[in-house]
Design a protein. Structure first.
Length: 94
């Protein structure tokens, strides 16, 4: 769900990141932490924070290297990030 919560003054993905950060600090389950990092990566990607998304997917994979979804999302996000950097370098100065 994308959008903005006017009551709290933050976007839905930002609220999602906050919720997963709480899970990471409040729990010791490696499985739950791995899923939280993966989902934080998704939220960061939706907000356009590709570097943070990449970092979150890497942390998810550090907890469970066999997670194919995290591997796919990591590679996809890296590719999108590289494309964005190339476009930025090619755009005329303002």
């Amino acid at each position: 769900m994308r959008g903005y919560d006017h009551r709290l003054g933050i976007s839905f993905p930002a609220r999602t990141v906050e919720a997963y950060q709480k899970v990471l600090t409040d729990n010791t389950s490696p499985n739950l932490k791995q899923k939280s990092w993966y989902n934080m990566g998704n939220a960061y990607y939706r907000m356009g924070y590709m570097e943070e998304a990449i970092d979150a997917y890497k942390k998810a994979l550090a907890l469970y290297s066999g997670d194919m979804e995290s591997k796919f999302k990591l590679e996809w996000t890296r590719q999108q990030y590289e494309k964005a950097l190339k476009l930025r370098r090619m755009s005329p100065p303002e």
